[in-house]
Design a protein around this ligand. Structure first.
Ligand SMILES: Cc1ncc(COP(=O)(O)O)c(C=O)c1O
Length: 471
């Protein structure tokens, strides 16, 4: 077991060591990654660090003590609400990220329903199959049954199926703008109508699209309506730490009016520590991320966001055209923005083997399942690598097509198995074991040179249990 050093160490020494620890991390600076980091440029990052640093110690737990932070929060929410065509009644809170902005509406609408219907009931929410996993977490945390509505061939939710799944236990409908796996916007206008007909709240998860879609639209490109222009939409989540290019730890959760948001507030008047009130999930709320969110929006301005949106969508267009031009590949559905999946149309091309080949060429590739494919999330930095990426992708596809064995080697076989294995409970069990290992006293330090993603290791363990030889 490690212990705190007896004597404090030299700052320079500590920082040097920390930098060394990061040397094996995924390198997003070269734009060979497609997720996790929304990096604009080094200047912007340096500015965000400065803004964050100015309010490094401040705590938004008490808005009376730090009026500056309350001001940042109010203004970020107000700017975002304007972006979503909200009127003067629109209210909201800053949260720590997309997950918190998806967790809270489930709690809010559950408690709102409970306050209206006095009788005990088991609440349910109807969501598209493509909904972000944060909603599944929310359902689990807050005891709400999740009811999945199927997708149509274009990967948008089937609204007629949603209508049929509504019953007297339903407390909430959710749609995405856009969904994470396929980057398509659900038919929010139709969901809005259904929500109004059934007098149900409708939340739009725009964690990904909230700070991009409005600027694509302002640039003159048609975007299906997803915001408060639709009367049935009661709340929207949008992450400033994604396409808002703020520091991590900042998302917005915006409600049409206070009659909804008041159910989110937590108040305990009897706590021995004093009367306690909190607007969102966290207790201590980091001032730095509030400050950096406010600073990012002011630094970029509408013109900056529009220019980023133009660049991002140009790169997306080039990538999609390039992928479609590769014999044996196609794009999933018709994505509305810069996030999309692509898959193999030729049975001789195993898409996960293509992923392996790309990894061997230094790309960090995300895999998706149902349907099996690879995933892209474009940021401005990708402008400089489009041609290299497409050229490597073409070579990889050709190599996989002419070497069928590549599909049964390496991680391709593992990802394939994970996607197809009918015993999903077994995968869950193995993942649990992995998590226990990862978070055991020694578990936080992966072995040197061990670059295998978690899923590959899990698949390897399952295959071993079946007595198969694993590479
Ligand atoms: C649509 C959507 N909702 C919610 C989230 C969760 O966001 P976070 O990772 O910031 O918690 C994501 C993350 O990618 C997302 O794409």
């Amino acid at each position: 077991m490690k212990t705190i050093p007896e004597q404090g160490l030299d700052h320079a020494e500590i920082l040097k060591q920390m930098q060394q620890y990061g040397s094996g991390d995924v390198n997003y600076h070269d734009s060979k990654t497609w997720s996790l980091v929304y990096h604009l440029n080094e200047d912007h990052t340096a500015f965000l660090k400065e803004a964050y640093g100015l309010y490094f110690s401040e705590n938004a737990l008490n808005p009376m003590a730090f009026k500056s932070l309350k001001r940042f929060e109010t203004e970020v929410i107000s700017m975002t609400a304007t972006l979503f065509h909200g009127d003067k009644k629109v209210v909201g809170t800053l949260t720590s990220g997309g997950t918190e902005s998806c967790l809270l509406p489930v709690l809010t609408y559950r408690d709102m329903a409970r306050s209206k219907r006095k009788l005990a009931f088991k609440p349910e929410m109807v969501v598209p199959e493509s909904i972000h996993v944060a909603w599944i977490k929310a359902a689990k945390y807050f005891g709400v049954k999740i009811i999945y509505a199927p997708l149509k061939d274009d990967f948008r939710v089937d609204v007629e199926a949603v209508r049929k799944l509504i019953n007297r236990r339903t407390i909430l409908l959710v749609g995405s703008a856009p969904s994470y796996p396929h980057g398509v916007i659900d038919p929010i206008a139709e969901l809005s109508l259904i929500a109004q007909q059934h007098n149900l709240p409708l939340h739009v998860d725009a964690c990904l699209g909230g700070f991009l879609l409005p600027f694509i639209e302002k640039n003159g490109v048609s975007v299906p309506e997803f915001d408060f222009r639709l009367p049935g939409v009661t709340s929207i989540s949008a992450d400033v730490h994604k396409y808002g290019f703020a520091a991590k730890g900042a998302s917005t959760l915006i409600y049409r009016n206070m009659s909804y948001m008041k159910h989110q507030f937590f108040i305990d008047e009897n706590w021995p520590g004093g009367v306690f009130a909190s607007p969102a999930l966290l207790g201590t709320r980091p001032g730095g991320s509030f400050a950096a969110a406010w600073a990012a929006m002011h630094a970029l301005g509408e013109q900056g966001y529009r220019e980023n949106a133009r660049q991002i969508m140009d790169v997306t267009g080039e990538l999609q055209a390039g992928i479609k031009a590769i014999d044996g590949l196609a794009i999933m559905g018709r994505p509305n923005m810069s996030v999309f999946g692509y898959y193999a149309t030729d049975s001789r091309v195993n898409i996960f083997a293509v992923g392996d080949q790309m990894e061997a060429k230094g790309w960090h590739i995300d895999r998706i399942q149902r349907p099996e494919g690879l995933h892209v999330m474009v940021t401005p930095g990708h402008v400089k690598i489009v041609h290299d990426f497409l050229s490597d992708l073409k070579t990889s596809v050709e190599l996989v097509r002419s070497n069928p064995d590549l599909a049964i080697e390496g991680s391709a076989a593992m990802y394939g198995m994970i996607a197809k294995l009918p015993f999903r409970g077994m995968i869950k069990k193995e993942v649990m074991k992995m998590m226990e290992g990862l978070y055991s006293p020694q578990g936080s330090m992966p072995m040197e040179g061990d670059d295998n993603p978690l899923m590959v290791k899990i698949a390897a363990r399952i295959m071993q249990r079946f007595g198969k030889k694993v590479n």
